[in-house]
Design a protein around this ligand. Structure first.
Ligand code: NAP
Length: 270
């Protein structure tokens, strides 16, 4: 099994990954660490047992250190402004200015519009839209000063408009709104910081088997054949986190077509 590449393309780079206690965020963190990035992991679950879901920051940290990678974690609740500021401060103190920001964390409720509570709407918007926006604000000054940076936002095909015939039952409208906003933010910011050589892109995963997906019971007889290996998402993020900001920016990418375009096979995750 692969470990850290001693000639990795991300050697000397600092990457901050949100939602790295489990699932896709954990896989992205491992992939970037395998290329030599110093990774700062963030989520609310520091230790196994702090959440009813599997995974913790400590577990991801151990996994990366176990393969010879460099990592630290900062426990933070992305719905808190103070935590977001502290997260970037502590990440920078640990490994230096952020070169790569991956906005991956999400909290999702599937509830029909008619009964969607305002409190949950606000929480989803805060974590899925405002937090990526605010974290970008916090890391951009240093990226612009250094004329170098990569921001990758994790979206979902849920951000696309539903097409007729409508086969899905209600519940995904707010999730789709969040991801549509995240995608539009991505292209808007990409155009704003193009001259500063900061790349801003989206990776939009298909259905991936993660603890979050298990909670929502999204993998079943009807969907199981379209489950996508997590390595595809991690690889797509890695490719966009090292791309030329002049040519690889403002993209809304699905992992498989992106990797086919680049002629890349996803690396096995250590
Ligand atoms: P997951 O298993 O539910 O993991 C979500 C992560 O977000 C966890 O690490 C969680 O950590 C963190 N998080 C949630 N609320 C947070 C908060 N308030 N503050 C800080 N961190 C918070 O999700 P996943 O399936 O890996 O999905 C990752 C991303 O991919 C999401 O943006 C999701 O929308 C997108 N996506 C996933 C799929 C899929 O099929 N899996 C498909 C399309 C798009 P703590 O609980 O420890 O805080």
């Amino acid at each position: 099994m692969a470990g850290v590449n001693p000639n990795g393309t991300l050697l000397g780079k600092t990457a901050l990954i949100t939602g790295a206690s489990r699932g896709i965020g954990e896989a992205i963190a491992v992939r970037l660490a395998m290329e030599g990035a110093k990774v700062v992991l963030s989520a609310r679950t520091a230790e196994a047992g702090d959440s009813k879901l599997p995974g913790s920051l400590h577990d991801t940290l151990d996994r990366i250190r176990g393969l010879g990678g460099e990592a630290a974690f900062v426990k933070a609740d992305l719905s808190s402004e103070a935590d977001r500021i502290r997260l970037v401060d502590e990440a920078t103190a640990a490994f230096g200015p952020i070169d790569i920001l991956v906005n991956n964390a999400a909290v999702t409720f599937f509830i029909p519009v008619e009964t969607f509570p305002k409190k949950r709407f606000d929480l989803m918007m805060e974590v899925q839209v405002w937090a990526p926006f605010h974290l970008s604000q916090l890391v951009l000054p240093s990226m612009r000063e250094r004329k170098s940076g990569w921001i990758v936002n994790i979206s979902s095909p849920a951000g696309l408009h539903p097409k007729q015939p409508y086969t899905r039952r209600g519940g995904g409208a707010v999730y789709g709104m969040c991801k549509a906003a995240l995608e539009r933010f991505t292209t808007g910011l990409a155009s704003e910081v193009y001259d500063d050589s900061v790349a801003v892109n989206v990776v939009s995963p298909g259905l991936v088997d993660t603890p979050g997906v298990a909670v929502h019971g999204l993998i079943n007889e009807q969907t199981k054949d379209r489950v996508q290996p997590i390595e595809f998402i991690a690889e797509a993020v890695y490719q966009l986190a090292k791309g030329d900001p002049k040519t690889m920016t403002g993209r809304i990418d699905y992992a498989e077509p992106l990797l086919a375009e680049l002629g890349v096979t996803p690396a096995e995750l250590a």
